[in-house]
Design a protein around this ligand. Structure first.
Ligand SMILES: NC(=O)c1ccc[n+]([C@@H]2O[C@H](COP(=O)([O-])OP(=O)(O)OC[C@H]3O[C@@H](n4cnc5c(N)ncnc54)[C@H](OP(=O)(O)O)[C@@H]3O)[C@@H](O)[C@H]2O)c1
Length: 303
């Protein structure tokens, strides 16, 4: 297949490398040439384009059999979100409509579920996020689903949980630095997915995902903050982080939700089998990597 990966970053680049290994022709897009050497080394053809600019997209060598949109706003504010996720998605739809790919996969987010009571959410659950950024993601999803309904496009949506893996993992990295804090009683649930599993899920979706369908990309075990830190603490022999008010922990800015995201549809329909079914396997692999590279420097700070 001729594959276009828009947003060849933390997920897009190794996804492209894997597709190249499987014999596909892969073109990878970013706004800058920063990672050109890395993309080339992975066998990906690097191209520079900004999806917020239709004139950039017009220069890309369409048609493509598969397109993956894994662009990220790099934690920007609402306006950045609107530009990248909403306007960018609209531009991609308009650009691809005359020569539609066989499959288009979009990496949305589980933040579209606004649930705050810790209950189970499925793909059919309401998407009414309180945060403005969450609302932008819902609008981008609607654009894509509308394009599928109009027969323009074979798009499939993945609602991705917090991505972790080599060098990534927000709470884990803060914990290692001694900067993590638990909010409330530490009961808020964290939903995660290892990068390698997300790559496997995107590939399974490209092959077998049903157009117009949504799949939650999350592992088997949403975990309460306190249990996550307890496991880290016992595994690494390091103190539990202190408790803090939401504002102090910095969580208020992100309009945090609390929910248990189900991966049942992913497993039932796509038959996806996880390499790292829970954070325990995934973070054990990451700690082993860090240890091997001499980067797991645990200082048991005084209490
Ligand atoms: N991180 C998470 O926990 C999380 C959770 C849920 C969903 N997601 C979604 O998962 C996907 C993959 O995330 P990631 O962690 O791989 O993101 P990432 O590492 O930030 O990579 C995103 C890539 O997009 C490129 N990019 C940004 N703006 C662009 C634009 N306007 N046009 C073209 N390329 C652009 C960036 O390169 P340049 O800067 O060089 O352009 C970068 O290579 C994203 O869609 C993200 O929203 C992430």
């Amino acid at each position: 297949m001729r594959v276009l990966i828009v947003g060849c970053g933390y997920v897009g680049l190794p996804l492209g490398a894997e597709l190249v290994k499987q014999g596909h022709e892969v073109i990878g897009v970013r706004r800058t040439q920063d990672a050109e050497a890395e993309l080339k080394a992975a066998g990906i053809q690097p191209l520079v384009a900004d999806i917020t600019k239709p004139e950039d997209l017009a220069k890309l060598p369409a048609p493509f059999d598969w397109v993956v949109n894994a662009v990220s706003s790099s934690k920007g504010g609402v306006e950045e979100y609107r530009q990248v996720y909403l306007n960018g998605t609209r531009n991609l739809i308009e650009w691809l409509t005359p020569t539609p790919p066989k499959k288009f996969v979009y990496t949305s987010s589980t933040s579209v579920y606004g649930r705050t009571d810790g209950s189970l959410v499925k793909e059919t659950s309401p998407t009414e996020p309180a945060s403005e950024t969450g609302k932008v993601l819902v609008a981008a999803e609607k654009l894509l689903l509308g394009a599928v309904a109009d027969g323009k496009f074979s798009a499939v949506l993945l609602r991705v949980a917090g991505i972790y893996g080599p060098g990534r993992g927000h709470l884990f990295l803060k914990y290692l630095k001694g900067e993590a804090k638990m909010t409330g009683k530490g009961e808020r649930l964290i939903n995660m997915i290892h990068r390698d599993d997300l790559i496997g899920i995107i590939m399974a979706t490209l092959k077998n995902g049903r157009p117009g369908e949504i799949y939650n990309a999350v592992d088997d075990e949403p975990v309460a903050q306190i249990h996550f830190f307890r496991w880290l603490s016992e595994t690494l022999g390091k103190w539990m982080p202190p408790f803090a008010a939401e504002a102090e922990a910095g969580d208020h800015k992100r309009g945090l939700t609390n929910k248990r995201v189900s991966n049942r549809r992913l497993k039932m329909e796509l038959g996806y089998q996880f390499k790292y079914p829970t954070f325990r396997q995934g973070y054990t692999a990451e700690m082993t990597r860090l240890e091997r590279e001499g980067k797991l420097d645990i200082n048991l700070e005084a209490r």
